[in-house]
Every structure is written in structure tokens, then in C-alpha cells.
Design a protein. Structure first.
Lengths: 419, 419, 419, 419
């Protein structure tokens, strides 16, 4: 197995290749294989970009057909048949059943492209320049998204100051005693608070990179109320938590809120093909034609696979299966929490977006390494890298899930013994 | 032909669908067809993202095979066989023959992701926060790239000020009398100039969106000299002009410069699939592992098609053909300039990256509409939208090129008569 | 009495002339007279710039002598005998008795000049650019000071964003339930908080313009502990609360803290002559010669009067008198609070820096007008202008104080009856 | 002569005390004396703050009388008799004779306070946030003024980026070949220039700190034309060049322009007492009452001396004397330039605001030291500190001027011999 090419020619910035030192080739469902033929259960799924598993046949089959047929692949925002089909599938299978009427914007194909578009629109709509964002937020690596991310240091921002960002505490930050929503409400209403009225509040319902911090339904509803009271746009960055990850299509459905703007990407294409959309409350869709653009906003192969993914949500057998898998995963994790109190502090997350807050970064590092050795891919998150992210495909089979959890159990057992 | 879906559900931001009011389906080489079967010659090629034509068989065939084989599609920056193959093809067919030793970074898959990474690295490397950028530059739609773009107004930036950007005049701006390079040299050397030493100078060798303004070899060499003299990183944004567009693989080859950082995207995948890379002078590759990331930085289908594209540059028949086509295009345009002085002011650009500066935005608008009617897709650029962009595939057949030019000729003729 | 000149030629920005529509001429102690000879008790004292009363003979006599003697008046930061005398008086009568060893910087002569110098030095010392500042703070009208002021809106900042400022809640903001010090400690220690480590925390011990909000000794001590723990410079803006206003020379003496940097101005010259200094912890005095400047930093007439003021603090009869007057004022205010619960919500402040938080802005407005009519000058503060500021000279005679309070009592009585 | 007090207690930032290592006491006209009784001719005059000489009897006599009379000294912006007298003197002796109708704003008493107010008003008036400022400009030490100053490095700005400032080349920068006015006109008119329309252009007609760079009448008139064409406010910072320094009261009179806003300070009080005003085109005076403030905006002693100074400009004998002195100074300097070509490169400035651009910083340093030894105070300016500033009082006697020039001549002679 030859990794010299990477060492010789790829930038030092490469990271996963270092922590998973092998070369991968094949992938199907929840399993990927390296060049030697060794299989790995994948609880990482492209940081949440492969919710439907690798090479899901329902999604990939139409892509092969499309690619083989001399169909248009890149089209900017010209009208194409593939794009029309996607829009119709998204409207019919996702928006309408949920009573939603969002307009759809196609920005560049990455999550950060979507967040940048959302922030720009909120600023244009309100005529204000500041944005309120939360402790431990993560919204992407381009400057506008990075600025609202809590984990980015000024250094990581290249010395560029975090302009026009108002940092406020997330739900239950720093602890349950502090009522962050009421604090936000207060500073927005006090002319002497020194906190300007922002264009928008941007939030994740679960802060995946921030440590799987999970907002309550009550807090989310309160934030929506505050936004409406003060005339502030509510943006939900549903890039990692959306597209099915929590069990529902949108991660905010459980809180019964309806954000003004929603950003989707990662698993949206269903295939790992870069794709993102911004959903906009119709009266807020005040873009001028061409005011926001992006070369790859017309990725037709992604339209095809995304359309196939959307249609799955009209299938009650599919949604029932996701629900059962989520319940099973939660039971597995409750079991691990109970069994390894020396390693694990707390279960975090909802549905299939789960995390195990561990006692230390060291524990997580060793669990990661042992799990890899034994055939399981996991990653960590949180400001102190002490949270194990557990993100299996939402379509994972019972056997694969059980097998993955068994490997995780064993890796934790070794730490538990060792400590 | 049904465009109601777009009107009903897509954001007002859609633009090309308005100027080309039809629905496209098939595409091959320099031709695309709409649903009614009407063919169009494509001189727009996805704003330079389809230099090798639509569905180029040399590029698409391996993609179909890869997609059909349950191969890994999304891999973050894990090592995969497809990625290794791409790196080897890029090193062997592109870098080595040109004596280049860049390290390759894979940021998010869009041009703006690449520029943001390049700017962040230059800031980290120098410990400075400002960046020098040019009048009429365009570098992308995320905040960091937008800030260095000349065409973006504060309004378009959402009221966010253009922080840490020093605007300086491009080659021959505002006119030939002004020696912009010498001005830059002077302000960088004068402690009282009020112009801080920037981390980087970022430039396009041809400002496509800015009106096809074309830098001379002498000016580019002088800018490189100034960067080295003052310890400033030279970044060439070769997103639209690179990957073959000017006839050479890199647009700066003719000037015999070697930038510190080069950004590629658009036509890099050869297939329209989102993909970008940042090329970094090896000693400047001081990223920490994972310091810059992006979900879609491991788009394996793009690795496959990009690898196939790279190998074409080892084929002298291919490169000879590009050269001949470029020469033919230039002759065609010279002819048009001579023939329609009432419409056309000046030819701009180099190789297959050409523009016709017209007398007014109105002329360009009418030429665009007539050309579309007659089966040719073109677009305009420049701050006053008075430049016709002529960007045929660099692999266009003689017949397709002649046909496209004939339609353009006729559209100009009508204006010439009309005025 | 002719005010036409002001109406015709002075900018609309004039304010006090509108609320006190008369022309003043003479002033002595706590009394000023208008052109008609009508006397007014002054509880406004130049917004705290005349703590020692108007034309205090101890202070003014040496000024008359100096001015009459062809002595140097303006000297930049050249050495002069008058400056030497001031430094010696300040060291001997103020610093040494309090065990303080600050170095003295002479910036421009206004409070905001001092704060700007303090912020610049803290940024230079730490190499960080952000500053933490509080809700309802006020630090001055130049851009750097304005940015850290809570009451300034972006609009008032001329559309310039409040860069590099981290806004945090003041003691007991928004209410006693919220432990602001612990919140600050937490965000400074959490790498994912999105709150960068600031160069400094700047604070007033009593927020005069912000509504006479009064920090507790415990909170101030805790903030000092947090600053030291995280390596953050503690700046006390003692411009309004210092120079004797609270009864002590420095307003922070009661909390037994020793800030890294202290800014003084307003009453520092004792005479109303513009003057300010910055006190710097000796090891933090890393300015290069001439790095910070200001034409009027060598105002020798102010040196003379300030020196005379300092020496008063060595006189126990003087300090005992201030103490008694402060106690008397507090008793008077307690009485008013008890008597007019329909008008007054709460007494605020400490020593001779007192405020009456009223039930509404309207009450305060009417009290102001009636008091003026009856011969008392007061002003209001707070984001909602519902706090009456009570700032008599700290040298006020018992008779003047009683008379002023009597007028205030009567004005409140009218409102109490009226409501 | 004891300077220990300064060394022990004053901040390291002190500068003039180091280059003139003595202690000054008395001062009259163009002469100041140190404690030993040694006289010095003063060509520094408080960096232009003592244009009327030290202790000018016409100015100081009414101040002594005022100070001795228990008259109000500090009054915020309440109406006082002294303020009314000043306004009337300024209108009658300065504005009316020049056909000017400016409204007068009293900000804080320093130059930078005035510039900050001017910039804030221009931003409010236009609703734009950027300001255009010139290479080598100097406008003050508070953040807003510092940001527009060319000589300030980011480091000196405390790491705070120079927000909202567009730097453009001054007249004849970098050399006469470059038409800076035409460049400014061009970028303001080009929607793709990347240069936003600023709120204001702020300029000095002679850049004193920047090296005595002198704008031509033609360039100033052209900048005024460009401002009017593009709807940009023209601010002249006349803090050092105004109040008589160039021979006229305003430095821009010779160019026959009428700026929208003019800032005055330094010599405005005539006595060295801190004082500044902002002159505003009447229709632009859109301040709300109290929107801009400052404790020391009501410095009545300065009103008294400033009024006395204004009245001098109604005296033709006075103005004729200034004119003759200016002519004499220019002849003296022409003589020095001709005599010492090895030391002096060029004469700069106008009227009594003159500079000698020398061959090196070292020459200037040595001339400064020898001159001080021989009884002359001068200072240097320019980004490379290679310009000798020659700023005698505009009321200097022929004898004092000749004596000062003789000392300068001898100091240059020594360098000329030495080289």
C-alpha cells in the first residue's frame, strides 16, 4: 500500500490520511474497504455527507444512467431538465408534506457557500451588517462563515478580525443556570447595551463540530420568538444536522419552528457529490438576478442524485426504518454510557446524530486508534476534542450497526481497564 | 417547454435562465441542445468551466466506469486510490514538464474556496493581514474573496466593509500613461505612504469578469519582482484563465513567472464536476494538519476526470490542436474588429480567452439576444457589461468554431446596420 | 440677554444652551450667575470636571500668578518647571500615600485622548487587538473610545463598525441573577467560545453616563483576578469617577484593587482647564519615545492648577470635609427616595457621585426644568435618560448643598403631586 | 538643573525632553529661556500651536483679566458671555471678510477631536462609511484620525486595522509624472474599480508631519471639483497650516477653494490653551443636539484669547507685517538652499510654513543638535525624518528671525564642511 505520493506531493494540511493511514478504494452502504481488502464500518460518513451510505443503489443508478447519456453536466443557473426534476422532487417530497413554501437558491455547492449566501441575503434584507452567532458554533471555512464560527481563532482567520459578529452564549452555556435566550432578548432591547441589532441570528440545532451540543426545543422556540420580536432574521445552518441526520429531514422539525432561512449541503446530493441549497422565506427573496453566483451552482449530476434521495422521504418504509435505527443507536449508546462511566461523561445529540462526551481528549484519541485497528472509523469533535462523534449512515443495516458498536465497546473497554 | 417550476420555486437570483429562456438537456463538445432539440454553439462553457467541451469522451468514459464500480466517492482527505492517481497525473503531466514543484492542497471544490485558502495561508505565512488586490478584479462570492474583488460594492458585500484590502490599479489602469507597477513599488517602500505591507498580492493574468483586461508579460514579471523585493506572497488566481484556457495549461507561462501560490478550479475536473486545488511553493506549505478543511475536498469522481484531463496535456497532438484553434479564433476576431468598428472598440484577451470590447452595453445586449436566437450562447463582462466574452471549448472543432463565429458575425452585422 | 449669536452661528449640535436658556458669566464655588445676575446652584459641575468648585481660590491664585509672569504656557513634552512641580505634587500627595508607583503619561488633554492612549498601549503590550468593554459603558467621542462605549449606536459611529470590541455584561446586568464575572472567566478559558483573548478589559467603577450603575467591590476584585489569570490588562477609566468624585481620590480605592492602567481627566486640573494623564504600571510602560503624542500634552497652566489640587489631598481637614459632605449628601438622597416613591425608583452611586433612578424620562425632564427655573442645574443620564445625576462640587458648603437639595425636593414634590 | 523627576516618574513616551535636555521656564515672543537663563529662538512653536508667539501681550492681557475676575471657566456648551464674544470676533474678523458663512461646532479642544467630529459628520451626512485620505497625511492620534494618517503603521494603531480608509496619492506623489487627481476622478467613476464612493476626502494643504509636502492651487481646485462631481464631502484639516501659519488665516485661501468642512486647532486660542473648532457648510450642519460632545468644549479662557487673536486679523498693520515676515523668511531659505546644496535638496512649504528637505536624516539630526547647542529650537518631519521644519512665530521680530536663521546657517555650515 503506497502512500508516498501523498507524503511527497500533498500539502501538510492533510489530516484524515494521517489518522487513518491506509488507502481506500471500494465503499458500499456503511462499509468501506482499503486496498488490501480490509473492511471498515463507517461512523464518520464524510462528516455527515453520506447519510444514505456509500453508493446507495437507489441514488447511484440514475446517476450512472445520466452520466452515460451525454446529458448536460454543468449549467450555471441555466434551466435544465435535471434541475427541474430536482426542484419538483424537493418540493413534492420534502417541502409540501411539511407545509413549507421556501424559495430555493442554488449557491456554490458547498456548505460554506450556502451560509455566505444566507448571511449576505439577511444583511441585504435588513440593511444591517452585524450577525449574532453562538459560542462553539461552526459554519465553514470561507471568511464570512469562519467569522461566525466560535472555534476559529483570530490566528486561524489569518489575522483578519471577526468583523460584524456578536458572540452570544448557546443554549445552556456555560451552564444550565444561565438563561442565554433571556440575555439575548435583554441586550437587543436595551439602547445602551452596546450590542447593535444584528441582521440575523445564525445557529445549528446541534453543534456537531462544537462538541455535539444539543439545543432544546424550548430554547429554539424562544430564539425564534426573540428574532420575530426584534425583526432579526433566523438562519438555521442545517448543513450537518439536516438532510435526515437527526431522523427527521430537517433537524428543527422537533422544535416546531420555521426559520426564515435554512442552509442545506453535505448529504443533500445523497451521493457525496458537492451540492447545496439555501431555502428562503418567499417574501425575503429579494435578490436581484445574478446578484449572487457561483460556477458550480448547476451541478446536474448532483441534481439527479439529490432528486432520488428526496423521493425516498415519501416512502414510509424508509422513514420507519430510519426511526427504528435511531432508537436502536440511542439504546446502544445508553448502554455504553452506563457501562463506561470512567471514560464517558455524557451522551449528546439526537436521533442518529450522536456523541459521547468523554473524560479527556486522551481517551478519545486512544479509542479512535483502537477502533481503526479493529475496523471502525470514528472522529472526534469539541473545543477540547473530547467528544466521540457517532454518525452512522441513517440507512445502516442492523448488522453493520451492531458490529460498529461492538468495536466501539471493545475500544472503550480497553481504556476502562487501562485507566 | 415548461419553465414554470423555476418561476414558482427558484429564487429570484437566477440569471442565465432568464437570458437563455429555454430548458437544456443534452450536450456534447461545443454543442448543447434544448428540450425541443434545438442545438446551440456554446461560447460560454460554464463561464470557463468546460474548456474541454461537454461530455468529452476521453474524460467521461473513466468516470462512468468509476461510478459504476462501487468505488468510494466522497472521502474528505482520506487517502484513496483515485486521489493518488490524480496527484500522479497532475505531477507527471503538468508540474514536472514545466519544472514546477508545488505542493497540492485540496480545499473545498470551488474557486472561491481555493482563493480563501490561499489568502489564509499567505496571511499565516507572513503574519500580516492585508492583501493587495486590483481594480476590476474578481475572485469569488464568499466574503474573503469578495472583499478582494473590485466589482463588488459594499452593498453587495452586505454592508460588511472590505477589511484588510488595499486596492491598486491593474496593468494599464486607468490608462497606459500610468505605471501601476512602479506606483505599487513606491508605496510599499515608503514608510509614510499609509499603505501597509500586505501579506499577498492576488491577481488574475486576464480579468475575465472585469472586462477581459489583459496583463502584459512585462507587468507580470515586474509584479513578481516587487513581491520578492518586499517579501510579499504572489498569488495567481488562475481559476478562469488556467487549466488550458489561454492555450497553455497555466495562464502565466507566457510571462515566465512562477507565482508562490496558484489557485485552480472551474475546468480542472474537465467534466464540470466541482473541484479545486491550491498549488503552494513547498517552503510556504506551513499548514498544520487539518487547519483548513472542507467536506467536499475529497470528490473522487472529480479526481478521476481531472486525471484524464491532465494526461491529455502529455499528448502533443492535443496541445498542437489547441494552439491552432487559438490562432484561428484570434484571426476570426481580428476580422470582426476590422469589419465592425461602429460596434467594436477593441479585441481583448489571449489565446482562447478572448473578448470584444464594444461601444456600449446596448450593443452587447442586442448581440447576445440575436446570437441566442440564432443558436449561439455568449455572455458579457466588464463593469459596464460592454465586453463580449468569447470562450469556446479549447477542443472545439473547426466547423463548430466557424459556425459560432458566423452567428456572431451576423449579430454584429445587424447592429452595425442598425446604428 | 442675547442668545441670537448662538442661534445664528453655532452648530445645531449645541445642547446645554438649549436646556439652560440663559447666558452665564460669573462662577464661584457651587454657584454660577447668569447675565441678569440670577444665581444657580451647580449640581452638574461640567459633567464632573469641576469637583473643586468654580474658581477655587486655592487653585486659581497660583494660575493667575503664573499667567501674569511670562511663564511658558505650551511646551509639548519638553521639560518645564511647572510640569516638574506637578509631577512632584502628584507623586507626593496622591501616589505615594496610596503605595502606588505608576509612571505618568501626558497624552492630549481630554479624557478620550487618555483612553485612546491606554487602549493603544494595552494592544501594544499584549500584541492583541480586541478589547472587552461593558454594556452601558461610556469612554469618549473619538473613534477608539466610542467603539468601546455601549451607548453609541453604529449610526453615531458614522457607520463605522465597532471593530475589535467584545461587549460583555456589567456587574448585575441584566439583573443580579446573572454572574457576569463568571461568564467572562468562562469564555476567556474556552477555546471554542468564539471570544478571543482581549488586550484589555476597560471599565468605569460607576457608569455615570450609562445611568450611574455602580460596581460592587467584590465584582471589581473578581474582574481584576480574571484579568491577571488570563493575562489581560485592566484599565480603569476614572475620568468622571476619579479625582475625588467618590470621596476618595481614585474611585477604585474602596475595592482595594490596583488597575494596570488608570485614566484621569475632567477634574484633574482642578480649574476646568483641559488636562489628562494616563497612569501606567511601570513594567508596562513600553512606549517608544514619541510613539504617542499630542500638541496640548504640555498645558502648563493646567500643571499649575492640578498641582495645587493635588496638594489639597495632603490636608486632613480637606479630606475630612469631603467625607462629611458625602455623608450628608447621601442622607439627603435617602430622604428624597423615601419621600417620593412615585417618582424615584432607586438611589445609585457612591460618595458624591450620586444618582436618582426615576420612574420615567418624563419625570426627570420636568424635574430638570422646574429646578432650573428655581435656580438649580442638574442633568440626566442612562440609556433612557431616567436617572438624575447629582454631582455637587465635593467642596460645596453646607448651605449651598442644603439649598440645592431643597430646590430638588420641591421639583420632585411638584411631580409627585402631579402624577 | 534637575530632570530626575521626569526620568523617575514620566512615561518613556516623552520625546522633546530627550532632544532638548533642559528645563524651560520663561517665554516671550519667539524666545524661551531655560532655568539657567539661557535663551533659545523658537522655530518649533509648539508644533505650530504658538503662531502668535509666547505670551503675546495682546492675547494674554485679557486672559489675565478674565482669570482674575471669578468668571466662568468651564461651561460645556452652555451659553456664556465669553463664548458669545469669541463667536462674534470670529465671524466679524475672520469669516465675514472672506465671504464665508460656516456654522461653528465646538468639539473637544484638540485637533484630533475636531477631525473625529468632521469625519463623523461627513459619514452621517452621506450615509457612507469610507473616507479617502492621502499618502503621508497626519490627522491625529485618536483612532479615527490615526486611521486616516499615512504615517501610522498598523503596529502603531495597536493592531487595529485601518478600517474604512481609502489611501490615495497626494499631489505629485510619487512624482510629478503621476496625475493623482485624475486617478481619483477615475476610480470614483468606475463601478469596477473596487474603490467605494467615500463619505469624504480629508486633506492638509501642506503635509507638515508628512514632510512639508505642499499641494498646488491647481490640484486643490481639482480635488474640490472632483468632490462636488461625485458628491463627496471635502474636509480640510487646517489644524497646523491654518490660523495664520501660511500668511493667510486659512491655508486654502490662495487656491480659492471653499471646503465643506474645515478643522482648526493648535494656534486657534493664540495662547497655547487647548481649543478647536469645526467649521461646517450651513446645509451640512445636520447634527442633532448633543449628538457629539466633549467635556472641554467650553474652555472660556481659550474663548477669551482666541477672540483677541481673531481681532488682530482686522488690523492691516498686523497682516502687512506677517506678509513681510513671510517674504523675508522665504528669502533666507532660498539663500540657504543655494548655499548648502550638499545638505539641502529642496525648499518646501509656503509663507511661514517652511521646510528644508535635506539629503539625509543624519544631516538633520546633526543640524538639530548643533542648533540647540547654539540657542535655536527646530524639529524634523517626514517619513524619513529628513526635513527640517522652519516654523517661527508669524509675529517674530526681524532681529529674532535673523538670529535664528544665523544659527541655522552655522549648523548647516558645519555639516557642509564635515561631509
Amino acid at each position: 500500500m503506497n502512500t508516498d505520493t501523498f507524503t511527497a506531493h500533498e500539502s501538510n494540511v492533510r489530516r484524515y490520511g494521517r489518522s487513518f493511514p491506509t488507502v481506500f478504494t471500494k465503499a458500499l452502504g456503511a462499509t468501506i474497504w482499503d486496498e488490501t481488502g480490509k473492511p471498515f464500518i463507517d461512523f464518520l460518513v464524510g462528516s455527515g455527507a453520506l447519510n444514505y451510505g456509500h453508493n446507495n443503489p437507489t441514488i447511484i443508478a440514475p446517476a450512472i444512467e445520466y452520466l452515460s447519456g451525454e446529458n448536460i453536466l454543468l449549467s450555471l443557473d441555466m434551466y435544465t431538465a435535471a434541475k427541474r426534476d430536482f426542484i419538483e422532487a424537493f418540493v413534492d417530497s420534502i417541502l409540501k408534506p411539511r407545509g413549507l413554501t421556501y424559495k430555493i437558491q442554488f449557491p456554490g455547492p458547498t456548505g460554506t457557500n450556502a451560509n455566505e449566501a444566507a448571511l449576505a441575503l439577511a444583511r441585504k434584507y435588513t440593511g444591517r451588517s452585524s450577525v449574532m452567532a453562538f459560542t462553539n458554533a461552526f459554519h465553514g471555512m470561507s471568511l464570512g462563515s469562519l467569522a461566525v464560527s466560535g472555534s476559529a481563532s483570530t490566528k486561524e482567520l489569518g489575522g483578519v478580525a471577526r468583523h460584524d459578529v456578536i458572540r452570544v452564549p448557546y443554549d445552556a452555556y456555560p451552564n444550565q443556570a444561565f438563561d442565554s435566550a433571556s440575555y439575548i432578548d435583554c441586550v437587543l432591547g436595551d439602547p445602551g447595551s452596546g450590542v447593535e441589532k444584528p441582521a440575523a441570528i445564525i445557529l445549528e440545532t446541534i453543534q456537531a463540530e462544537g462538541g455535539m451540543n444539543t439545543a432544546s426545543a424550548a430554547w429554539l422556540a424562544e430564539i425564534q420568538r426573540i428574532c420575530r420580536k426584534h425583526g432579526v432574521v433566523l438562519i438555521v445552518d442545517d448543513i450537518q444536522a439536516g438532510a435526515g441526520r437527526t431522523g427527521d429531514f430537517f433537524s428543527f422539525e422537533f422544535a416546531k419552528i420555521e426559520p426564515d432561512i435554512v442552509c442545506l449541503s453535505k448529504s443533500l446530493s445523497g451521493s457525496g457529490n458537492p451540492f447545496s441549497i439555501v431555502l428562503i422565506r418567499p417574501d425575503m427573496d429579494i435578490w436581484n438576478p445574478g446578484e449572487h453566483s457561483g460556477t458550480f451552482r448547476g451541478n446536474n449530476l448532483a441534481f439527479v442524485t439529490a432528486g432520488a434521495m428526496c423521493k425516498m422521504w415519501s416512502d414510509r418504509q424508509f422513514t420507519g426504518g430510519v426511526e427504528r435505527t435511531a432508537a436502536k443507536l440511542q439504546r446502544h449508546l445508553d448502554h455504553l454510557v452506563a457501562k463506561f462511566p470512567k471514560c464517558i461523561e455524557q451522551k449528546r445529540g439526537r436521533g442518529l446524530m450522536a456523541g459521547l462526551k468523554c473524560r479527556s481528549q486522551a481517551v478519545v484519541g486512544r479509542v479512535h486508534d483502537v477502533a481503526f485497528e479493529n475496523g471502525l472509523l470514528i472522529e472526534s469533535s469539541g473545543p477540547n476534542r473530547d467528544v466521540i462523534k457517532v454518525l452512522p449512515p441513517i440507512t445502516i443495516s442492523d448488522d453493520e450497526l451492531d458490529h460498529g458498536i461492538a468495536i466501539l465497546n471493545q475500544a472503550l473497554q480497553e481504556q476502562d481497564n487501562g485507566d
